[in-house]
Design a protein around this ligand. Structure first.
Ligand code: ATP
Ligand code: MG
Ligand code: MG
Ligand code: MG
Length: 468
C-alpha cells in the first residue's frame, strides 16, 4: 500500500483506537522525573510508572507516536539505511490488560491487512525460551516454523525499569539488499532483513543493581519505526528517501550543487544533515539548549556534526535554519507545536552555528596540519592535549575529532583528552575561588573563554538572554 508518512502514522493510531486504545500525544524528548534517561529513546519510556504500577494510567490501553532520540545510533546514520538519531516510534501499550495473543494478532493484522505487506516476506524472532509466543505465531497466525527464529538476545530493556522477552517482526527486502555473507539471516546487521516492529512482553522490573523482579501484572509495550515502515511502503532503499526526510536531502543537494545517489561519501553527508536537522529541530523545540553537558552536549554535538558535513559538501556558510524550516514543515502535522516554536528554534540554531563557523575552519586547518606531522613521524595516535585544544579553543566535540581521525585511520588518545579536561576544570575552579562573587559574562565574540569553563551553562544562559 502506498502511504505518506503522515498517513501511515494516522492509520496506525486509528487502528489502535479501533481496538479501544486511548490515543495520547507524544511526550517531550526531555524525560519527566526520570534521572536514568538523558532523552526519550522509546515509546514506552514516558510510561514506566504505569508499567511498574507506581501510577495509574488514564486507560489500560494507550497508543502513541513518540518522538525518540538515540544518540547511540549517531555513527550509524547514513551508514545503514535504517538508523536515525531522531525518529518516531509508533507504539501500543497494555498496562496489565491484554497480553501476547492480542499484541501479536493485532500487529499481524495491521501489517498484512491494513498495510498489505506480503506475508511470506515477514520473519519473526522470539526469545529462546518463549514457547508461548512460538505457539501463537505458529498455530494461531500460521507462520511456518522455519520463519520463526529463537534468539537469546530477544530480551528488551532500556536502562533500569520495565523489561521482558520480546518478539520482533522483520521484512526480507531481498538478496540484493543484503551483505551477501553466507551466514546472512534475520538479525544480521545489514539492511536485508529490516526490523520493523518490536513487541515486548513486559513482565519484569530491573533495578539499578541489575535484579529482575516479576511485575504484579503483565504488560505489552510495542515499538515500530515510522520511517522504516514508510520506506517499505514507499518502496525506497532507505528511510532517507521517504517523504519524511527526502525534502531535506533535496534542498541540501541543491544548495551544495551535488547529486544524491552518485557517491557514497556525498550521500552520507546528505543523510547526516537530514537526520541531524530533524533532531536539532525537535530537541530545541522540546527545550534543549546547546551546552557542554548532558543533553545540551548531545544537541551541540549533533549540530556541529551537521555543520561539518555541510562543509564536506562545500557549504561554507550557515545553512541550518533553512533545514529547520523544511523539517518543521514535515513534522508539524503530527507535532503542531513545532510550528509555533520555529522562530525560537531557528534563533538558537543560528547563534550556535555562527559561533561554530567562526572557528571551525581554523580548527580543521590545525587538525590537518597536526595529522600530517604525525603521519610523517609514523605515528597513529593523536595526542589528547591537542584534541583538548581543538575542543577548548575551536569547539570541536571530541567525538568529532575522533571521527575525522578515523577517516585518516588514526586514533585519539582519549585518556589524554580527559586528563587535559580535568586539569582545565581544576584551574577554572581555582580561578572561581579567587574571585568569589565575580559575575561571569560570556565572551560574545564566539571564542570559548575561561569563564565558560567556570560555568558551562553560561552559553545556554547567553542564548536565553539574547532571545529575551
Ligand atoms: P536495530 O536492531 O535495527 O538497531 P533496535 O532493535 O535497536 O533496532 P528497538 O529498540 O527494538 O530497535 O526499537 C523498536 C523499533 O524502533 C525498531 O524495531 C525500529 O523499527 C525502530 N528503531 C529503533 N532504532 C531506530 C533508529 N535509530 N532509527 C529509526 N528507527 C529505529
Ligand atoms: Mg538498535
Ligand atoms: Mg534489533
Ligand atoms: Mg529491536
Amino acid at each position: 500500500k502506498q502511504l505518506t508518512g503522515n498517513e501511515l502514522r494516522k492509520m496506525f493510531l486509528d487502528f489502535f483506537a479501533s481496538k479501544d486504545h486511548l490515543i495520547q500525544p507524544s511526550s517531550s524528548l526531555i524525560p519527566e522525573n526520570d534521572p536514568t534517561l538523558l532523552l526519550i529513546g522509546a515509546g514506552m519510556a514516558p510510561f514506566k510508572p504505569f508499567f511498574t504500577g507506581k501510577m495509574k494510567p488514564p486507560h489500560p490501553r494507550i497508543s502513541t507516536s513518540q518522538k525518540c532520540v538515540r544518540t547511540g545510533d549517531i555513527e550509524n546514520v547514513g551508514r545503514t539505511a535504517r538508523h536515525h538519531t531522531f525518529f518516531e516510534m509508533l507504539g501500543n501499550f497494555s498496562f496489565g490488560d491484554y497480553f501476547k495473543k492480542e499484541a501479536i494478532s493485532w500487529a499481524w493484522e495491521f501489517l498484512t491487512e491494513y498495510l498489505e505487506l506480503p506475508k511470506d516476506k515477514l520473519w519473526i524472532t522470539i526469545h529462546t525460551s518463549d514457547d508461548e509466543a512460538f505457539d501463537i505465531w505458529h498455530n494461531l497466525i500460521k507462520i511456518p516454523a522455519e520463519r520463526i527464529i529463537r534468539m537469546e538476545e530477544n530480551f528488551w530493556e532500556i536502562g533500569p525499569g520495565p523489561c521482558g522477552p520480546c518478539s520482533e517482526i522483520h521484512i526480507d527486502l531481498g538478496e540484493e539488499r543484503g551483505c551477501g555473507k553466507p551466514d546472512c539471516m534475520v538479525g544480521c546487521d545489514c539492511d536485508r532483513y529490516l526490523e520493523i516492529w518490536n513487541l515486548v512482553f513486559t513482565q519484569f522490573d530491573r533495578d539499578e543493581a541489575g535484579n529482575y523482579t516479576p511485575l504484579a501484572k503483565k504488560n505489552i509495550d510495542t515499538g515500530a519505526g515510522l520511517e522504516r515502515i514508510a520506506s517499505v511502503l514507499q518502496n525506497k532503499r532507505s528511510n532517507f528517501e521517504t517523504d519524511l526526510l527526502y525534502p531535506i536531502i533535496e534542498y541540501t543537494a541543491k544548495l551544495a550543487r551535488v547529486t544524491y545517489g552518485q557517491s557514497d561519501k556525498i550521500d552520507v553527508s546528505l543523510k547526516v544533515i537530514a537526520d541531524h536537522g530533524r533532531s536539532m529541530t525537535v530537541m530545541i523545540g522540546d527545550g534543549v539548549l546547546p551546552s557542554n553537558e548532558g543533553r545540551g552536549y548531545v544537541l551541540r554535538r549533533i549540530l556541529r556534526r551537521a555543520v561539518r558535513h555541510g562543509r564536506l559538501l562545500g557549504i561554507e556558510k550557515p545553512f541550518l535554519t533553512e533545514i529547520v524550516d523544511i523539517a518543521a514543515n514535515i513534522l508539524a502535522e503530527a507535532y503542531p507545536d513545532i510550528n509555533d516554536k520555529k522562530v525560537y528554534i531557528k534563533k538558537v540554531i543560528q547563534l550556535e552555528e555562527e559561533r561554530f563557523h567562526a572557528t571551525l575552519a581554523q580548527g580543521i586547518e590545525l587538525l590537518n596540519k597536526h595529522v600530517q606531522e604525525l603521519a610523517q613521524a609514523g605515528k597513529k595516535v593523536f595526542d589528547g592535549a591537542m584534541a583538548f585544544k581543538l575542543y577548548d579553543t575551536f569547539g570541536f566535540p571530541w567525538e568529532l575529532t575522533e571521527e575525522i581521525l578515523n577517516e585518516h585511520t588514526m586514533s585519539l588518545d582519549k585518556q589524554g583528552f580527559d586528563q587535559a579536561m580535568a586539569e582545565q576544570r581544576e584551574r577554572a575552579r581555582a580561578a572561581r575561588q579567587d574571585s568569589e562573587e565575580r559575575v561571569v559574562i560570556p565572551d560574545l565574540s564566539g571564542l570559548v573563554t575561561e569563564s565558560l569553563h567556570a560555568n558551562p551553562d553560561a552559553e545556554s544562559a547567553k542564548v536565553v538572554l539574547i532571545l529575551k
